[in-house]
Design a protein around this ligand. Sequence first.
Ligand code: GLC
Length: 536
Amino acid sequence: MKEREPENYKWWQKEIVYQIYPRSYKDNSGDGIGDLPGIIEKLDYIKDLGIKVIWISPIYPSPMADFGYDVSDYTGIHPMFGTMEDFDRLLDEIHKRNMKLILDFVPNHSSNMHEWFQESRKSKDSPKRDCYIWKDPAPDGGPPNNWLSVFGGSGWEYDEETNQYYYHAFLKEQPDLNWRNPEVQEAMFHVMRFWLEKGVDGFRVDVMWHLIKDDQFRDNPPNPDYTKDYSPYDKHLQAFTTDQPEVHDIVEKMRSVIDEYDERLLIGEIYLPVEQLVEYYGKDNRGAHLPFNFQLVVLPWDARKIEAAINKYEGALPPEGWPNWVLGNHDNSRIATRVGAKQARIAAMLLLTLRGTPTIYYGDEIGMEDVSIAPDQVQDPQEKNIPGKGLNRDPERTPMQWNASENAGFTNGNPWLPLMGNFKELNVEKQWDSEESMLSFYRKLIALRQKEPALQIGNYRPVLSKGNLLAYIRSSEEKKIFITLNLGNSGAVMDSEIPFSKAVILASTHAGREGKSLNKTIDLQANEGLVAEITE
Ligand code: GLC
């Protein structure tokens, strides 16, 4: 019984993660790009939302070919974002508020401007040669094999200097590090310790499933499902470039570094089917604490498919594996655009009532939508390299909408990406005091989740439902909470086996429902979701 008490759960099981894309959160320097002092200014906002864990996308020195995911110095701060003093102050201010800071760690590749790569490319005998993945050309002089880059074209870049190719899973400015080399491992663990010593509370590890590649460099097989609408990268199945068996040893080693310190967190960015994803918890849970679960990002918004995915995931988790859920991030279309403004409330309710740590992408709490980007405004290298396939990530990376003033209060300068046209209506200041706003709805759900152990750490049990409805019960020793969500835009009746005779509504997507009772037949309006405490 005792181990079921909330105090026996880790902070990262109980709290909610908030992702900040630092270029777009708050600019205090006036250069049109967000910065660390800007984030510091907004910490009270995040705290007042009820969120305690902040993950910040990369803030390290970088030529910004991939907006910070091309790191040229793993232990520095890009001057655009501030100084190391600003960083120390940020960490201090976060900890003073009893909050946590997660950094983005990008170990799969560095920038081509990193000194290791600069040294590595000098000659075949360079002491750093083997820190990257170099291969001779194929007999015809072409790339060593058929591996492709996620961002278009071959994954191999020819380097005249030494007449060899180097491998890059992403941009040619992002050469892949050779994680089979112990020297690379040690150097990267040193980087982790550098930040952990400073007091950082953990890492979100970029493209964790990419870290190790086939040591025989075998060609990837064709993808039988490929069509021209897909990214050219999807022509192949990534049989030999990602999710290799040896990656789990690396993850385990990263986890050991994390465990040298108290209470730190290891999150992995992993886009894989559930059976493969759960392997990243590691043997005896010695892997990532939270392998990011992107099912709500990649699945169609369909009650039956989502229900099946939740149940499959719950069933696939290892015994001590803690679940987690994500609705959006800087690489995917925003939830409010994918499912529409009304269903975005349902999505919020789902995210905040499922079992497992939720991650909220900045701006989703006010219902920000993708912003359309004119061709001459495109920044994202993925769109530049593979235009016209809907792969632009700029739309979901636009500046946070703080208020109705010029540039939505994001900057005094010229914002690096355009703002959404509706920011005068859709912004934090306006929504904070309006009871019906998305922001107030998020705050209410967050407060409820954090107050009710049943929602925060309780069990999950599906309830039979049909059509557009999704229903489940979360329960602690003391309480049972029933959640039902209408993923459709017409009314629906929940008339299947309802496992209670009375429940009292704690939260609803619709006004005027709280405090009312539910009994045998539940009538849901279009786009309605309810959270109710079972009383009889
Ligand atoms: C991850 C990041 C993405 C980046 C890529 C390469 O998927 O989330 O933004 O472009 O890795 O580092």
